[in-house]
Design a protein around this ligand. Structure first.
Ligand code: ZN
Length: 105
């Protein structure tokens, strides 16, 4: 199962891979960089862990700018920071959005 060619999700901060649920996706939609909150937007995307340290690293190294091939506005970093803070404080394993994917067979 290591040999697929699916695009890997890699954190722009720590450069580690992980599951979709661990990341916040940021997209560049024809020059407009935004947080992809519903995960449905297409376009060039980058991922970052819901971890303030990863965000810090990404800002320092400008790795988001590079990954998205654009200039990430400061407002986006502020938005990410607050979003990460929310995620970190509510990081409970009980997902309430998984109702329709629970199949008991
Ligand atoms: Zn990371």
């Amino acid at each position: 199962m290591e040999m697929n060619h699916l695009p890997e999700r890699m954190c722009v901060g720590c450069r580690q891979k992980g599951n979709k649920s661990e990341f916040i996706r940021i997209i560049n939609k024809s020059g407009e960089i935004a947080v992809d909150s519903n995960g449905k937007s297409s376009g060039r995307g980058a991922y970052i862990h819901k971890n303030p340290l990863c965000l810090k690293t990404a800002i320092k190294k400008k790795s988001l700018d590079r990954a998205l091939k654009g200039s990430v506005p400061n407002t986006l970093y502020v938005l990410l920071e607050s979003q990460i803070r929310v995620e970190a404080s509510s990081a409970l394993p009980t997902g309430s959005s998984l109702d329709n994917s629970q199949i008991n067979e």
